[in-house]
Write a protein that binds this ligand. Sequence first.
Ligand SMILES: Nc1ncnc2c1ncn2[C@@H]1O[C@H](COP(=O)(O)OP(=O)(O)OP(=O)(O)O)[C@@H](O)[C@H]1O
Length: 251
Amino acid sequence: MLEIVNLTKTYGTGENTVTAVDKVNMHVAKGELAVVVGPSGCGKSTLLNIVAGLEPRTSGEARIMGRDIQGPGADRGMVFQSYTLFPWLTVQQNVEFGLRIKKMPAAQRAEIARHYVKLVGLEGREKALPKELSGGMKQRVAIARVLANKPEMLLMDEPFGALDAQTRLLCQDLLLDVWRDERPTILFITHDIDEAILLADTVSIMSRRPGRIIEKIPIPIERPRNHRTMLEKEFTDMKKTIMETLWHEIG
Ligand SMILES: Nc1ncnc2c1ncn2[C@@H]1O[C@H](COP(=O)(O)OP(=O)(O)OP(=O)(O)O)[C@@H](O)[C@H]1O
């Protein structure tokens, strides 16, 4: 689904040049839930923004389904840490937004939106405005909106980073359920190692800046998973392995 080969990104010029990512190689298979973790400032968001087409790359290759990434496109849907709903639109209208742009007939888009609002557990709140929702609910609407557009790939940059610990657990469980039902391909960035292991098929660990992928670790923990999985020995063993690699990297 996603192929990244020797991807390098530098910002600025001359003395002010910063190499954010350096010769990153990464492959994400169709239906994979791929998580990237790494020290602060190592270039995780840069990598995701290049895949989203929001940031041009300096060199290297980046392809979705064999197509060179030239800019943003409907084949990729993004969920950011900050809430990005349209405040003047209701939950239902926010979820329908992309379908309206695609000129889908009203009845059809309403049905699709209702399906995704239900999937993220917000049935009954279709008419609510974003200001009437909690942070966790807003992120669930953002996920529903992205899913309704049926992108080939979901790009998630710390989507639960601004939520309190309990809401975060609920949102993680919800994402696991959505992924089980719909099997979207996901590239997910997080600082949180527990979150990474809980969600991931694979955890890619980035080095300090300039970021490279130093290890891609498969997470063989049985699914379905939920937050109780974090208490199992298999989980804590996995966490130890990943933390040791990361601590070594952070120095
Ligand atoms: N637009 C920009 N102009 C100049 N430098 C930038 C720009 N965006 C990012 N950088 C630099 O590139 C490096 C990587 O930043 P990036 O935000 O990708 O890292 P990150 O791993 O996502 O960080 P964090 O985990 O702290 O969010 C940093 O040194 C940052 O200062």
